[in-house]
Design a protein around this ligand. Structure first.
Ligand SMILES: [Zn+2]
Length: 178
């Protein structure tokens, strides 16, 4: 009777685990439902306790046990798929970084060391910025703004980069205003 060596033992175990896992999951789900159903009909906690203790807690335990069983039995099978998936995700991430849009030509030109006073604005917005402001970096429609024209225009200084406008009618420095 003990010589059933023809049956691959490991495969049988895996199938048994899976069947038991599915059964446990179903039973656990039913118990959870019954527990909830019983609790929902009882207005106060004292009356709810028996239902929670008898159905909800063991139901939850069964569902957890089932998920552990099922994950264990199918982990071997899924490891290959997971590897492919991770590789695919990694490729996507790398590609995303690789195709990062380059900064607009205007910004590249104006962030040079020879253009510290330049101002820029994104078309259709109400603020002007320093060329290296994070709010304009990567934007396609960055336009150069003449600092002299900013004062009379609708444009307001960006609160993030706080661009300074070299005005011709500069006010006297505070320490000299006596
Ligand atoms: Zn800004």
């Amino acid at each position: 009777m003990g010589s059933n060596g023809s049956v691959p033992r490991r495969a049988t175990n895996a199938v048994n685990r899976e069947v038991f896992g599915v059964l446990a999951a179903i039973i656990g789900a039913v118990m959870l439902f019954l527990g909830w159903y019983g609790v929902s009909g009882r207005p106060n906690l004292a009356e709810q306790m028996p239902y929670i203790a008898s159905a909800t807690v063991p139901g939850a335990a069964l569902v957890i046990a089932a998920s552990v069983l099922l994950m264990g039995s199918s982990a071997q099978r899924r490891s290959d798929q997971t590897g492919d998936l991770v590789a695919e995700l990694h490729a996507l991430l790398v590609e995303e970084v690789g195709t990062d849009p380059s900064p607009s030509p205007v910004v590249e030109e104006l962030t040079g060391p020879d253009a510290p006073e330049a101002l820029v604005a994104v078309a259709g917005t109400a603020h002007y910025h320093r060329p290296d402001c994070t709010l304009v970096s990567g934007k396609a429609e960055v336009e150069r703004v003449d600092p002299a024209s900013v004062e009379g225009s609708e444009l307001r200084p960006c609160p993030v980069c706080e661009p300074t406008v070299p005005t011709t009618t500069a006010a006297a420095p505070p320490e000299l205003a006596d």
